[in-house]
Design a protein around this ligand. Structure first.
Ligand SMILES: [Zn+2]
Ligand SMILES: [Zn+2]
Length: 140
């Protein structure tokens, strides 16, 4: 898995048309501060949690990790850049303040800098878009 992440991050970025148009067509991993997780359509604005009796905001979840501790799901605020591409502009650990993308996030348990495992919740989407053809059907 680690090698895969390295490999993906070393690949040159291929831009294939505005992802903005793709955003409403894809499912992202959304989480609220209560820890509820939902797969839901991508959008720039936060969603309201779909769990019954929970109306917290949900944000696309990025994954960061501490070398001493486990992985953290980090809320991500997306924004469109000048060319209309969505990307993360702020991150927030549950119960903490928003941090501008590019500034370090620190582990709430040991204060070490966290490492971004998956910085951009749209990374999967962009990868999928790069695939030239859908996988062949099996057993049909
Ligand atoms: Zn919730
Ligand atoms: Zn830690």
């Amino acid at each position: 898995m680690f090698a895969l992440v390295i490999w993906l991050s070393l690949r040159p970025a291929v831009v294939e048309g505005p992802v903005r148009r793709v955003l409403p067509e894809v499912d992202l991993d959304w989480r609220c501060d209560a820890g509820h997780a939902w797969r839901a359509r991508g959008q720039i604005e936060p969603r309201v949690c779909m769990t019954k009796d929970c109306d917290r905001d949900m944000w696309p979840a990025a994954r960061w990790s501490c070398e001493n501790h486990h992985k953290f799901h980090v809320a991500t605020r997306l924004e469109l850049d000048a060319s209309g591409f969505p990307g993360p502009v702020e991150f927030r650990l549950r119960g903490h303040k928003w941090v501008v993308a590019g500034d370090p996030l620190v582990c709430p348990k040991c204060s070490k800098f966290l490492r971004e495992d998956v910085r951009d919740p749209l990374a999967d989407v962009k990868r999928r878009k790069r695939r030239s053809a859908p996988p062949p059907k099996r057993g049909g």
